[in-house]
Ligand binder design. Structure first.
Ligand code: SF4
Length: 243
């Protein structure tokens, strides 16, 4: 290292350290609207790559999407604008599953694209990933009118699509977003406050329930718990890579 690159005084050293801390902290804090408290002594484990995406996987997932595109199994076929099948990496380690599309998603045919979607994108970035590294979908592929809760029959008729998606993607972890998704997938009435923070199982895949990004928009203090949940997810992936 040349002399000019070395800090010449303790003030300069402090300034450089402060600038470094701000840069690192900014990677998380500047993720718009996402304020999380991070234990800097325990950094997020290095991100591992997803399994290689083969043309076969992409084709099978895309072919399933085309099958679902004309679905008229339930009455939501009559009120939707677009089917929201899912989006992301066909061999993702992590699949985020929400409840159902909202108005923005129905309009665009893509999952989590509204304000809550932006927050989910920020959470994914805080995990050291991009949206293209994960897969995002919902239990229902069509928007319930007025964003009402999905009906039991709608779930019964639509959930087989989700099961097929998950079989094809074969993720290591499902992250269920929100009370409705978590309770529906786990077939339980236990509140999300008691479900989150630990792994459960859905069709043989580890499932971590956490709060829905829309809930976080109304209750920003719950971001801390979501951050704890996603850290558990990343640690689990790290550990399964080692074993
Ligand atoms: S919600 Fe699911 S089952 Fe109902 S029409 Fe849409 S894709 Fe088909």
């Amino acid at each position: 290292m040349t002399e000019s690159l070395l800090p010449s005084s303790s003030d300069e050293i402090q300034e450089k350290l402060l600038s470094l801390v701000k840069t690192i902290k900014g990677q998380v804090l500047n993720a718009e609207n996402l304020y999380v408290e991070v234990d800097w002594k325990k950094p997020m484990p290095a991100q591992k790559k997803n399994k290689p995406v083969t043309r076969n996987h992409e084709e099978q997932l895309s072919s399933l999407g085309k099958d679902v595109a004309g679905c008229t199994r339930c009455s939501l076929a009559g009120t939707r604008k677009n089917i929201v099948f899912g989006d992301g990496n066909a061999r993702a380690n992590i699949v985020f599953v929400g409840e159902a599309p909202g108005a923005d998603e129905d309009e665009q045919g893509l999952p989590f694209v509204g304000r809550a979607g932006q927050l989910l994108t920020n959470i994914i970035k805080a995990m050291g990933l991009e949206r293209k590294d994960v897969y995002i979908c919902n239990i229902l592929k069509c928007r319930p009118p007025g964003n009402r809760n999905p009906l039991p029959d709608e779930i019964r008729l639509c959930e087989p699509y989700l099961k097929q998606q998950l079989q094809l993607i074969s993720p290591r972890i499902i992250c269920a977003l929100g009370a409705f998704a978590a309770k529906t997938l786990l077939k339980t009435e236990t509140p999300i406050t008691a479900l989150r923070g630990r792994f459960h199982t859905y069709d043989g895949i580890k499932l971590m329930p956490t709060y829905h990004p829309a809930y976080l928009l109304r209750n920003p203090s719950a971001k801390k718990q979501v951050w704890e949940d996603v850290q558990l997810i990343m640690k689990e992936i790290e550990q399964s890579d080692r074993s």
